[in-house]
Design a protein around this ligand. Sequence first.
Ligand code: NAD
Ligand code: UDP
Length: 400
Amino acid sequence: MTGAGASRACRAAADPPSGPCQGPVLVTGGTGYIGSHTCVCLQAAGYAVLVVDDLSNSGRGVLDAIAGISGTMPLFECADVRDAEAIDRIVARHRPVAAIHFAGVKSVAESSRSPAMYYDINVGGSLCLLKAMARQAPPRIVFSSSATVYGEPEHLPLRESHPLHPESAYGRSKMMVELVLEDVCTADTGASVVALRYFNPVGAHASGELGESPRGIPENLMPYLGRVASGLASRLSVFGDNYPTPDGTCIRDYVHVMDLAAAHVAALRLVLHAPGFHVANIGSGTGISVLELIDAYSAACGRALDYEVVGRRPGDVACYYADPTVARHLLGWTAQRDVHQMCADAHRYATSAAASRASRPAAGRTTPAAGIHARRAGRISGIPVERAGAGTGPGMDASL
Ligand code: NAD
Ligand code: UDP
């Protein structure tokens, strides 16, 4: 997509900034998957961008891709967000108007193996950034939170008021940061924070120049489908088809990364104008099963992708999806792109030269024992599900 195209893609969420901007928007983790797409949208919306990233899970080439799409090279500082001295120096030098804080680690499984590292990077890094921002002015921060803060759903769709009982160190690290930021906004009436609870970000920029490039073999469904579609893996392992859902496979709320990026531009506008602590789900409100995603990806790449059903992945929740009403009212944001566009854009990137450049050697991936797949009608038992309203699951029975 050209710069003009990127601009069109983002316009729905934010007009160009009004009034004098004293400094750039600091984007930690701006060369990562979601951060890079957000940089494109921020620049298209007229904001100057300063990326701070230690490149632990991304490469400098992403900066060129952002510049190629938007026509502007963002400012860049290579630093670890836990390096208080470096972050203080960067904030003092550039005097950012606000920060969008993506930098962190994000694997639920890894967080169970290395919890201290997760708290150090996700909580410690957030505190460092917060303190540096607060030294200059009342902090204005858009924070990358996650739907994992909810844990096992007590009712669907998930609203922001749903109790928080995250089940992993990763989820708890996100909840802790939310709590800290809320307390800061209570103590400092000039502070403003929007915590965005992402559901399942997927897809890529329509140019094929930016996308998700996980190190090693991907653990997540969409990037793994990309490997199967591009011939790097022979088939997908579907982790369980005996869940209490209509086709037996798990249901998630996938949201296109460019829609997610647009949500950050909208959230930035809010933190620039409205003090206080705000939280919003960022999801489409629609549940998609694993088999439905395989079908959509198969249609996007023009061939039926092979899969086999294997055992359940430990810790997987059968079904969750967002109620995105708060995002609509608070941010004026709703997801625009459907699952077909998510798959088409993900596939374009998975088979692009940019993805090959970004790919790195990987270790083997183990899968649970194989089973037999049989599609069948089912129900999401045990969870109250609302039929009407913003959140809609596939074929869900309101009586459940
Ligand atoms: P990503 O790994 O692609 O991007 C994170 C970026 O942060 C990378 O460029 C990495 O190099 C950088 N980084 C990591 N630790 C750092 C540190 N200590 N100092 C400076 N930079 C550091 O991840 P992403 O998918 O773009 O996720 C961005 C944020 O969104 C994360 O906080 C993640 O927890 C959150 N989130 C992601 C998802 C998802 O499915 N991708 C879902 C919910 C929430
Ligand atoms: N999944 C799968 N095979 C894979 C990767 C994921 O069947 O190779 C399933 C997984 O069990 C879950 C869904 O796809 O039900 C989404 O998984 P992902 O890891 O992408 O997101 P998360 O579970 O973190 O929401």
